[in-house]
Design a protein around this ligand. Structure first.
Ligand code: AMP
Ligand code: MG
Length: 415
């Protein structure tokens, strides 16, 4: 039978990431591109803004005409045209002239500044404008290319596209964006004790929560759940289900049945599946695992406890799935924090403790989100972060500096 291999967290991570190359690229509409990894080099096809335009409603003028203007000796300009956004001036602006101009409208040739309506006095019959102060060249003008020059790189390859990036791409006319294709993922849970969330409890049984957690995490990190199955602790059934899943999806994730139990079916199926190693990773939670690349797919055998699933997903699975999509940043953000209370650990093991965060004296302080029992669900639900106690430390003492992987900001965090 498969003998588990002992390895450090760093070794496990290196092996997992070493097995993953960025996968295929697809072109998607702007509407579908949010959160995806940009996979092509984009350069600005034209300047942004494309032409000099007004940033305020006001009067387009020549700064030279207004050099001597004062409240006591205002300059009066003849108003020769009204310019609204989307329309082109019919002629250049001559000396002694102004044009009424709306925000976003193209500046006429010869104009180099806009005086806001509130800073000048419009006069009628004939239309004129009286201005009692000089204007600085370029005032209230957005010059062509000042936002982005033509030919400039737009966004780095591997960048995660935000709603704001999509606005930039829309303005530049990129209607279809090359992004990393969504990996398809099959989720298999194992355990005779497991019920569906809608089922009534019976003695000895619990409701299955791992695939609910994983499906939501996968969706959040750009993957598509192709299959979700609940399996009994039956080696033949689990082996067959893993084989079917490998034929169907890019990534197969199992939960449970991978540790030292008598009937752990994932562990017992590995010889038949091939190219998957059983691991004992020096991390907590999440020690028993299986990982491999059978048939060029990615296979993660996660432990059964929901806290372990969450931890291994964040620390090994998410980085792999993000690399597969071509993201540069593989993890959630790291924060520098301090321990608010003592945290126990073991030297030689990397602990990822479910922690809440609070802000005090300009720093983030981490406290336990509950008992660090990997089978409990509420600490995970309450946690803001996974606090790391590295291998070289046997504990964290109050005030010790540490790093935490941010799962979400505390609610009500002042901005
Ligand atoms: P195992 O590794 O299969 O021994 O599972 C470890 C613990 O996790 C046991 O208490 C299981 O009941 C629990 N567990 C396994 N799979 C799930 C699941 N999908 N949802 C919730 N708990 C689970
Ligand atoms: Mg089990």
């Amino acid at each position: 039978m498969t003998v588990p291999r002992s390895l450090s967290y760093a070794e496990a991570r290196e092996r997992v990431l070493g097995a993953v190359r960025p996968g295929p690229i697809e072109r998607v509409s702007l509407a579908a591109a949010r959160g995806r990894a940009l996979r092509g080099t984009l350069t600005a096809p034209h300047p942004l803004p494309p032409f000099d335009n007004a940033s305020m409603d006001g009067w387009a003028a020549r700064s030279a005409d207004l050099a001597g203007a004062t409240a006591a000796a205002p300059v009066t300009l003849a108003v020769v045209e009204v310019l609204s956004a989307g329309h082109v001036p019919s002629r250049p602006l001559g000396a002694g002239e102004a044009m009424r101009i709306m925000t976003g409208a193209m500046l006429p040739q010869g104009a180099d500044a806009v005086i806001p309506f509130e800073d000048a006095e419009g006069l009628e019959a004939p239309a004129r404008v009286r201005i009692g102060a000089p204007v600085v060249r370029g005032d209230c003008v957005r010059p062509a290319g000042a936002d982005l020059a033509a030919g400039a790189p737009v966004l780095a390859v591997g960048h995660e596209l935000s709603p704001h990036d999509l606005a930039l791409l829309a303005a530049l006319g990129f209607a279809e964006i090359p992004v990393g294709a969504r990996p398809s993922v099959a989720l298999l849970s194992t355990g005779d004790e497991l019920l569906e969330p809608h089922e009534a409890l019976r003695p000895g049984a619990i409701r299955e929560s791992n695939t609910t957690q994983l499906a939501a995490l996968l969706e959040e990190c750009g993957c598509a759940v192709a299959l979700r199955r609940r399996l009994p602790d039956d080696v033949a059934a689990v082996t067959a289900a893993i084989r079917d899943a490998l034929a169907l999806a890019d990534v197969v994730i199992t939960t449970g049945g991978v540790s030292a139990g008598d009937h752990d079916p994932v562990k017992l199926s590995l010889d038949a599946i091939g190219d998957v190693e059983l691991w004992r990773v020096a991390m907590r939670p999440g020690k028993p695992q299986a990982f491999g690349t059978p048939g060029g797919r990615l296979f993660f055998g996660l432990p059964g406890n929901p806290g372990s699933v969450a931890c291994v997903f964040e620390t090994l699975v998410r980085p792999a799935l993000r690399r597969l999509q071509g993201f540069t940043v593989l993890e959630r953000p790291w924060l520098d924090v301090r321990a608010a209370v003592p945290f126990g650990s073991l030297a030689g093991r990397r602990d990822f403790l479910r922690a809440t965060l609070s802000r005090r004296d300009g720093e983030w302080w981490a406290a336990p989100a509950g008992p660090q029992v990997s089978g409990y669900l509420t600490p995970q639900s309450r946690a803001h972060a996974l606090l790391v106690v590295p291998e070289e430390a046997a504990s964290l003492e109050p005030g010790d500096a540490a790093r935490a992987l941010l799962l979400r900001w505390p609610e009500g965090t002042p901005g």
